[in-house]
Design a protein around this ligand. Structure first.
Ligand code: KG4
Ligand code: ZN
Length: 385
């Protein structure tokens, strides 16, 4: 079955075409016929985050260009009806609504033009499947790895931070999530405070790693600065006895620390060594809370698999903290699955495979015009709510 997938939930425009076969019980394999991605990250860098109306404008510009490229790559002519895709999958949430609408409207027009059904896809389900896509011998062929259920999914990105229980395929239970900022958003905001670029995650992570390996000392700095740098950042909600997170207070704590440091040093520019030190402390704090809560979720649900997905799953320090904590625990047999490089962030391939699996369940939109953008779309509603 050929699926054309469209992703526009945030600042990446993606169009993929896959040819998939099989089922989750017998094994799914697929060939990537086209996989196009246009990132707007550069354009949003001056805002230190994604600016919704700019994202919308850029998606509208990029979609027809990527479609043409994708069809060319897939060797399909858009007006050659015999080789059109069998269905179109489109992200309908969660995400930025103005951005989501661009993909939905584009998908609706194509579905009408080609007379093919539409499949609305949850972006977070896409991130889950990103972690189980396995490339076969560097070809365009992939298969989906088996998940040993129950599984826990830790979904960490610029817009989301959540723990989901997956009891069996498609059966989700929301266990907890951030009560304010997403962890990726906090990385982006802290990077901006430190005078670094956007997206902040990869930059902070690189500086933090440099601080860990360089073992910097501050002998030339004032005693007040050394004392301030030694004071640990908070680990918000670490002992809240639930599976929720908070990153807003941590971000504010970094801001106050930066202000005090600037006062002590009587400068507006942070020295590179201080930037590295703060990046390290911030990443340590994030890793501590994410790993502790993930371990709690795994233990309380006796999960056999942990799936980590979303842009922040590219962070090897956070992944290692989770792996280390898990290997020291009673749940050390839990298998950890993370996306391959290039599949951690937003992409349309994950929407294509999520769409294929939903199509197998007959979950096509009843009315093509009825698909709506849902900025806060959930995988499942909270138990008892
Ligand atoms: O999943 P994604 O591409 O888009 C959303 O759906 O939000 O995630 C983007 C986020 C950004 O906040 C970015 O700073 C963060 O992922 N990110 C990282 C790393 N690479 C990307 N955060 C921490 N460490 C990284 N290595
Ligand atoms: Zn995402």
């Amino acid at each position: 079955m050929k699926i054309l997938a469209i992703e526009t939930s945030c600042d990446e425009t993606g169009i993929s075409i896959i040819d998939a076969k099989g089922s989750l019980s017998s094994g799914v394999s697929f060939t990537v016929l086209a996989d196009e991605l246009a990132s707007q990250a550069q354009m949003h860098s001056e805002y230190g985050g994604v600016y919704p109306s700019l994202a919308k404008r850029e998606h509208i510009k990029a979609l027809p260009i990527l479609l043409e490229q994708a069809l060319k790559n897939a060797n399909v002519q858009s007006d050659a009806l015999d080789i059109k895709p069998d269905a179109i999958a489109v992200t309908h949430g969660p995400g930025l609504e103005p951005a989501l609408w661009t993909g939905i409207t584009f998908a609706q027009e194509l579905a009408k033009k080609w007379s093919v059904p539409l499949i609305p896809v949850n972006h977070m389900e896409g991130h889950i499947y990103s972690a189980i896509m396995q490339n076969i011998n560097n070809t365009k062929n992939y298969k989906l790895r088996d998940i040993n259920y129950p599984a826990i999914a830790l979904l960490i990105s610029g817009g989301h931070t959540m723990l989901e229980l997956i009891k069996t395929p498609f059966d989700y239970e929301y266990l907890g999530g951030t009560v304010d900022d997403a962890v990726g958003e906090a990385f982006d905001k802290v990077a901006r405070m430190l005078g670094l670029g956007y997206p902040g995650g990869p930059i902070i992570s690189k500086l933090a790693q440099e601080a860990r390996t360089s073992d910097e000392t501050y002998t030339n700095e004032s005693a007040a600065l050394i004392k301030l740098l030694a004071k640990p950042l908070p680990r918000p909600m670490l002992h809240s006895h639930d599976l929720n997170f908070s990153f807003s207070g941590l971000k504010t704590a970094v801001l106050y620390k930066i202000k005090e440091i600037k006062k002590i040093l009587d400068t507006d520019e942070l020295p590179a060594s201080v930037q590295r030190q703060l990046a390290r402390e911030f990443e340590d704090a994030c890793a501590d809370v994410l790993s502790a809560k993930t371990l709690d979720a795994i233990e309380s649900h006796e999960a056999n698999t942990l799936i980590i997905g979303g842009g922040v799953s590219a962070n090897s320090y956070i992944n290692k903290s989770i792996t280390d904590k898990l290997s020291d625990s009673i749940s050390h047999n839990t298998e950890i699955l993370t996306p391959a490089k290039g599949l951690t962030g937003d992409n349309a391939l994950m929407i294509a495979i999520a769409g294929y699996l939903r199509a197998q369940r007959g979950e096509y939109a009843k009315d093509i015009n009825g698909i709506q953008a849902h900025g806060t779309l959930q995988l499942a509603v909270k138990a008892n709510s």
